[in-house]
Design a protein around this ligand. Structure first.
Ligand code: NAD
Length: 490
């Protein structure tokens, strides 16, 4: 049985899509595992007028359980509701009194987690009022969970951070990047620092390049109005991809704690080359999907302007100016309406300097590069591509794969990212959240690309649904005499 954690949760935006679809089911998983037991309570808030009873009915629906499910009913009995407009300062005192009441009733030791599942424009206001009205004055811990996006460029992110840090210290702020809650992302650290074989080769002497691909099969769906103001660069690169890249590029942390891991990630991001205008134009490409067989073009999607220049695809080359990585590029790409839905990292090693098996009489195909592929999702595991001798007479080599995949039974046990992240917040462990320094360096890098793109009119649409993006994404890597490990028609 897991260690029980004690806290009051206040969900702002507690009747929203994220809360019902992800947060409450994740909390129920924590309840079933025993992390949450008797000593927790939840206040859901939003502007809607609901009774506790009506809110509990909605929570039950979100769990997909029936009233006859005793365990679910006990869990739901910890849920309460307060109609609350986050811009109404006076009303925070009502929330505070309710919080104090529940604190006594459930013996919560004054521990409080404030989850802002709201439009980001409200984040600063809520944080300020929580402090001003004494909701953060209880005896236990006070932690603030912030959903993405964290700003839309460095300046707005800094403004937001300045507002939050008037009321909360950095170690009380948990900035969600749900990719960091994924099992296989956390495995990057295990594979690197748990294996001499891997870490001793993890540098520019042995690695030729690293490729990170976050590929989505769907289009914008119902998020068009948000997405058209954001684009793939802000929506995926600034946060998820930069987080993955910093885990791949960082040095070994002094210890496996949030403080030490974050310090190394920040150090890596500080050595990421921030491009000037010319380099940004050459090293980054963007795309927007056109129409496919039964698919509308992005510009014809609901709530997307017909002349939108928003990018639904990005590919780029990142360079770290440090001793470990100088000369070894990291290629990244992400987009919507691509061939398949998956996230993977391909680490391409250098080929042996001399290929002694390929000589004219032997007709052996040239040796292929070793590739370590980390499959993040939907399947989770690794493959290591090695060269081996084919069975039989003569001496021919062929690439073979050593595989490890999490089996189906185990993958059912894999915690949902939000389950893990809620758990980490209760423990006060910030490892799998983005620190302000990481966010700020990521924005500084991304802002340069955005600045250049905003000056140039793109020729959109430039890729077809079901492909792996525009031809320019292939040209980007082929120019360096390399190719994407995952490519179509291979
Ligand atoms: P949503 O629109 O479904 O819900 C927003 C909630 O905020 C509702 O409960 C609404 O009643 C409440 N609200 C709005 N104005 C309010 C006010 N003035 N006072 C009090 N409550 C108010 O949004 P969502 O999809 O649940 O997203 C919430 C946050 O999570 C956003 O920051 C979003 O970017 C982020 N996010 C959502 C998802 C997702 O899958 N839905 C994924 C990643 C990030």
């Amino acid at each position: 049985m897991a260690t029980e954690r004690t806290s009051l949760f206040i969900f702002f935006g507690g009747t929203g899509d994220l809360a019902y679809r992800k947060l409450y089911p994740s909390m129920f998983n924590l309840y079933k595992k025993g992390t949450l037991r008797e000593h927790f309570a939840v206040i859901g808030t939003s502007r809607n007028k609901l009774t506790d009873q009506a809110f509990q009915d909605e929570v039950r629906k979100s769990l997909g359980t029936a009233k006859s499910d005793k365990e679910a009913e006990k869990f739901i009995s910890h849920f309460f509701y307060e109609a609350h407009d986050v811009t109404d300062k006076e009303h925070y005192s009502v929330l505070r009194d309710r919080a104090n009441e529940l604190d006594k009733q459930f013996k919560l030791q004054g521990n409080r987690i404030f989850y802002l599942s709201l439009a980001p424009s409200f984040f600063g206001t809520v944080a300020g009022y929580l402090k001003e009205t004494g909701l953060t004055d209880s005896q236990g811990f006070d932690r603030l969970i912030i959903e993405k996006p964290f700003g839309r460029d460095f300046d707005s992110a800094k403004q937001l951070n300045d507002a939050l840090s008037k009321s909360f210290e950095e170690d009380q702020i948990f900035r969600i990047d749900h990719y960091l809650g994924k099992e296989m992302i956390q495995n990057i650290e295990a594979v690197r620092f748990g294996n001499t074989l891997v870490e001793s080769l993890w540098n520019n002497r042995y690695i030729d390049n690293i490729q990170v691909t976050l590929s989505e099969k769907l289009g914008v769906e119902e998020r068009a109005s948000y997405y058209d103001n954001s684009g793939a660069l802000r929506d995926m690169v600034q946060n998820h991809i930069m987080q993955i890249v910093s885990l791949l590029a960082m040095e070994q942390p002094v210890s496996f704690t949030d403080v030490d891991i974050r310090a190394e990630k920040v150090k890596a991001l500080r050595s990421l080359r921030v491009y000037n205008v010319a380099d940004a134009s050459t090293n980054f490409v963007r795309g927007q999907y056109g129409a496919g067989d039964s698919q509308r073009a992005y510009r014809d999607e609901d709530n997307v302007p017909h002349d939108s220049t928003n990018e639904t695809f990005v590919a780029g080359k990142l360079l770290f100016d440090n001793y470990r990585w100088s000369g070894t590029p990291f290629y990244i790409r992400t987009g919507k309406m691509l061939a398949d839905k998956f996230t993977r990292v391909d680490v391409v090693f250098k080929k042996p300097l001399i290929d002694i098996f390929s000589f004219p009489q032997n007709h052996n195909a040239p040796l292929e590069a070793n590739v370590l592929t980390m499959y993040i999702e939907p399947k989770a595991g690794f493959t290591l591509r090695l060269n081996a001798k084919t069975n039989g007479q003569g001496f021919q080599t062929t690439p073979i794969n050593l595989d490890y995949f999490v089996d189906d039974k185990d993958s059912k046990e894999t915690p949902e990212p939000y389950e893990r992240l809620l758990h980490d917040t209760m423990k006060g462990d910030g490892t799998n959240f983005a620190s302000w320094s990481e966010v700020s360096y990521a924005w500084r890098f991304v802002d340069q690309i955005r600045k250049v793109w905003d000056l140039q009119q793109p020729e959109f649409p430039n890729y077809t649904p079901g492909s792996m993006g525009p031809a320019a994404a292939d040209e980007l890597i082929q120019r360096d005499h390399r190719q994407w490990v995952y490519r179509l028609n291979k």
